[in-house]
Design a protein around this ligand. Structure first.
Ligand code: 5GP
Ligand code: MG
Length: 187
């Protein structure tokens, strides 16, 4: 497959979660977060780039004062399997001293990303880290961490869309789906 051509909706074999279902679930998640979160302003920390779409839709449903920050981390390097190393691509972290952080990621897979970022935030003196993910894979985690808020539990397969990419593409698809087998190769 010519890399220039990656990113078309026709490359999807199966839609796992469609737009309407995601929207409905986000209403419930936002309601739960707003109910359970301590009062006062919070810091919403978006892990780029995967959590961008999820965060934009979720945070607009949260009717409370919040500061939005972004952090760029990488654990995949172009393929469909986690490299096992979490790299911080920003030099500095936002100021989280004494703050409650809502950490947002697209998907919980091995758990290494959320664990590494959570540890880093705690070592920077934040009051607490609360984690929210759109998706969580039904598998044994390599890092001992679970998200506080999960949109959907899915099977252990590689998915794209709604922020999630393959080789940088497919993030703009409005649904979560599985690529045709001739498109996605492990490395
Ligand atoms: P973890 O550190 O939990 O193994 O993985 C989290 C990161 O791996 C996510 O932020 C996401 O970028 C990437 N990831 C894990 N599973 C998938 C998947 O099925 N599809 C895509 N596109 N990325 C994934
Ligand atoms: Mg990611």
């Amino acid at each position: 497959m010519n890399p220039q051509e990656l990113g078309r909706a026709e490359d999807i074999e199966r839609i796992l979660i469609d737009e309407k279902v995601i929207e409905k679930r986000l209403d419930a998640m936002a309601e739960q977060i707003d109910r359970e979160f301590p009062s006062g302003p919070i810091v919403a920390l978006i892990l780029l780039k995967g959590a961008l779409v999820f965060a934009a839709d979720l945070l607009r449903r949260l009717p409370r004062p919040l500061d939005i920050e972004c952090l760029k981390v990488a654990s995949y390097h172009g393929g469909t399997e986690s490299s096992g190393v979490v790299t911080f691509l920003d030099h500095a972290l936002p100021d989280v001293q004494g703050r409650h952080v809502l950490l947002l990621d697209d998907i919980l897979d091995t758990g290494r990303t959320l664990q590494a970022v959570t540890q880093r935030l705690l070592s920077e003196g934040c009051a607490a880290v609360h984690t929210a993910v759109l998706l969580a894979k039904d598998r044994t985690r390599e890092a001992e961490i679970d998200a506080d808020y999960v949109g959907f539990v899915i099977g252990d397969e590689f998915v794209v869309g709604y922020g999630l990419d393959y080789k940088g593409r497919y993030r703009n698809l409005p649904f979560v789906g599985v690529l045709k087998s001739d498109i996605a190769t492990p490395h």
